[in-house]
Design a protein around this ligand. Structure first.
Ligand code: URA
Ligand code: SF4
Length: 189
């Protein structure tokens, strides 16, 4: 789908029924942010507020994500934020393999248009589908991977930080690493 422009991509997603998550959704949450962003954040899938508004990460987890982005000196609209699946899994369950596989071509098309330098995987589901099906987030978070010239950083999902405050210190370490990588890359660009 790399030949798509944004308009074609939006048109192709409109009304999508490639997986059964289409049945209960209110809105498709495509993603938002700077279409030329250097950094892309990938979550799991829309929750209730995202489903209602059509925007990614606008609920409690989203407010925390925004704070984390702000704490390293970026604004939400300078990065791009999306999810593995674009329709809400009922009851916020984890997306199934077949659902993620049905939806991933859209995310790949977004990557191809944005061409980010850094991808931050928020939680195990994002990390699993973006670079390693055997990822364990508690073990692998904070460890950079490089794939096809893109740097990938797995970290905790902000919802996990809301459930367990003790993870926040490690998440903050990861955000500092993200800022450092961005600065290093900007200097060498
Ligand atoms: N959790 C996610 O993974 N994505 C969102 O957009 C909101 C909450
Ligand atoms: Fe289509 Fe993705 Fe929604 Fe499934 S989750 S219906 S593939 S947009």
């Amino acid at each position: 789908m790399a030949h798509y422009d944004w308009k074609e991509l939006y048109n192709s997603i409109d009304g999508c029924s490639k997986c059964r998550l289409c049945e209960k959704r209110s809105n498709i949450v495509i993603g938002e942010g700077d279409p030329n962003a250097a950094i892309m954040f990938i979550g799991e899938g829309p929750g209730r507020e995202e489903d209602e508004t059509g925007r990614p990460f606008v609920g409690a987890a989203g407010r925390l994500l925004e704070k984390m982005i702000g704490a390293i000196g970026f604004e939400r609209n300078e990065v791009y934020i999306a999810n593995i699946v674009k329709c809400r899994p009922p009851g916020n369950r984890t997306p199934e393999l077949s659902e993620a596989e049905a939806c991933l071509p859209y995310l790949r098309a977004q990557f191809a248009l944005i061409r980010p330098k850094i991808i931050v995987c928020l939680g195990a589901t994002a990390a699993k589908y973006i670079y390693d099906e055997n990822v364990r987030i508690t073990r692998d978070r904070g460890c950079w991977k490089q794939s096809k010239g893109v740097w990938i950083l797995p970290t905790y999902h902000p919802a996990a930080l809301l459930r367990d405050e003790s993870k926040k210190r490690e998440a903050w370490e990861d955000m500092k690493k993200l800022r450092q990588k961005y600065d290093d890359m900007s200097q060498n660009a």
